[in-house]
Design a binder for this molecule. Structure first.
Ligand code: NAP
Length: 229
């Protein structure tokens, strides 16, 4: 159990963020508000990109765009740990490092979408995740429930409907939270840019300015052509 001196819960929102957009940011703000502002929300970009497209942005660009996106947003920050570590980063290993860094008492929360929840039982050492952190599964209002999932049974005893349970303890709970999510995708934004079309209003202007300045997502080979001015 935590005492009153323990810091706010740290909620981690993992993903590739290639690039970050208003869908990600709205989810982060919704989470912040669901916790009545009593949480720190950290967007945590994965080091390794699952895509192999030439136009995928380099880790340092994804990190820079995230920093711009959260610059003036209370409660939101960027967690660079996985980019700094590089290579394949398993969530359980990231959480081990964060648990060490943040101390035994701080509430750590890993937020994931329903798709990720569906695949959780295939993740590396997945059952250990709740020994290190809470899990929030972000669901859409009309989305399917997570009840029937293969990892649902194993974590049934961990389920709670109370946000306060995630604030008052450091790890071990699974909470399904229904949030309206904007229909914006990084894939669509990259496709627009690739065609020379504007993704304006889908992502922050500061992020779009960065993309334009560095000519990202335009089918260039980032290994030979990634030069910042
Ligand atoms: P991802 O590819 O970035 O996200 C998966 C999908 O969810 C994408 O279509 C993404 O859309 C969408 N999405 C993400 N945030 C959203 C939001 N706020 N609103 C609407 N759509 C959103 O990431 P991922 O590969 O699923 O990984 C998610 C996290 O789980 C990462 O931290 C990753 O390291 C972790 N993970 C760990 C393991 C393991 O430990 N073995 C395995 C898989 C994943 P966009 O393309 O628009 O972002």
């Amino acid at each position: 159990m935590r005492d009153n001196a323990v810091a706010n819960p740290l909620i981690l929102l993992g993903g590739t963020f290639d690039p970050v957009h208003h869908g990600h940011l709205r989810t982060a703000v919704d989470l912040f508000q669901a916790f009545s502002g009593r949480a720190d929300i950290a967007l945590m970009p994965a080091a390794q990109h699952r895509l192999r497209e030439a136009e995928a942005a380099a880790p340092e660009d994804r990190l820079a765009m995230l920093a711009l996106a959260v610059a003036h947003e209370p409660g939101l920050s960027v967690e660079p740990l996985e980019i700094q570590r590089g290579g394949t980063t398993y969530t359980v290993e990231t959480l081990e490092i964060l648990r060490q860094r943040e101390g035994a008492q701080r509430s750590l929360i890993f937020a994931m979408g329903l798709d990720a929840w569906h695949s959780l039982s295939k993740w590396h050492r997945w059952l250990e995740i709740v020994q290190l952190a809470h899990i929030i599964v972000v669901c859409r209002p009309q989305g399917s429930s997570g009840e029937a999932l293969n990892c649902g049974d194993a974590l049934q005893a961990n389920r709670t409907d109370l946000i306060d349970d995630l604030i008052s303890t450091s790890h071990g709970k699974v909470l399904f939270l229904t949030l309206t999510q904007l229909e914006i995708s990084s894939t669509r934004i990259r496709a627009l840019l690739k065609q020379g079309l504007s993704p304006r209003y889908l992502l922050p202007d500061s992020v779009l300015a960065y993309i334009e300045k560095h000519q990202l997502y335009r089918c260039r080979n980032r290994d030979t052509d990634h030069q910042h001015t």
